[in-house]
Design a protein around this ligand. Sequence first.
Ligand code: KG4
Length: 309
Amino acid sequence: MKDILTLGIETSCDETSVAVVKNGREVLSNIIDTQIPIHEKYGGVVPEIASRNHIEAISRVTKLALKTANVGLKDIDAVTPTYGPGLVGALLVGVSYAKALSYAIKKPLVGVNHIEGHIAANYLTYKELKPPFLCLLISGGNTAIVNVKDYTEFEVLGKTRDDAVGEAFDKVARVVGLDYPGGPKVDKLAKEGTANINLPKTHFENSLDFSFSGIKTAVININHNTKNINKADLCASFEKAVTEVLIENVQQALKQTGLKTLAIAGGVSANSYIRQAILNLENENLKVYMPDLKLCTDNAAMIASSRIL
Ligand code: KG4
């Protein structure tokens, strides 16, 4: 059978990324041009600035992705941009560029849902992974427990009712004085602390939904009201409480569905404490999958693999 090469394009937030993926599983190139240094000084992503930088980067990043993969546009079988969810102006840059490219090379345009892309990152790390499995999706914009019934069939079993877990990490980071994006910095600082501060953990009765606004507010108040608070202890306590909530809901979802395979996805799945907690769940009845660290946060390889499996 002929190999299928997809050109993935990801511009949903602050990364301009283009990738070439073979048969939905093999990454030939995955160029990520990050805007983090540009947005750092604002403490978060500024949508208009993100869009403008995507426009400046997209052609250069595409050329580099093709060159790195050692292929030309004539070899591409489908163009797959992220169509949403994300920042609308930023998405528009990737989708418009992909549309023009697909028209010019006369190859199909296949829009990809960003969340489904995050889940597909697991297929790039584990060639043998097949649905059905349960996926804990934890990113900057979303938090959900998803029953992956088939490659393109998903059932959301529970989701956040307010903040995404990554959003809470970034807010806590800002409160304790760490730069954007704060998640990785909270992860690092927490290692130097002890989880000795009691924080609220929200559970809903008969529901797998999450809520992280309460714990976020508690961290803000404790930080504000306690003199000489140990910031490492506060980060460690926050990380532990959030992880416990995630794990409890995941265990409940595994019980409800009877699934024996668990994957994680999204930027926060790069968190070392959460990865260890997920790994601890593995036993003879449960197999655990975690994407490579570089595939956890936004990238176009996961987008290119999502619809061609
Ligand atoms: O998946 P992603 O790249 O973007 C979205 O699709 O939302 O996730 C970005 C989020 C940010 O909130 C960032 O702080 C968080 O992932 N993140 C982490 C870690 N690495 C990235 N959070 C906690 N620990 C980490 N090591």
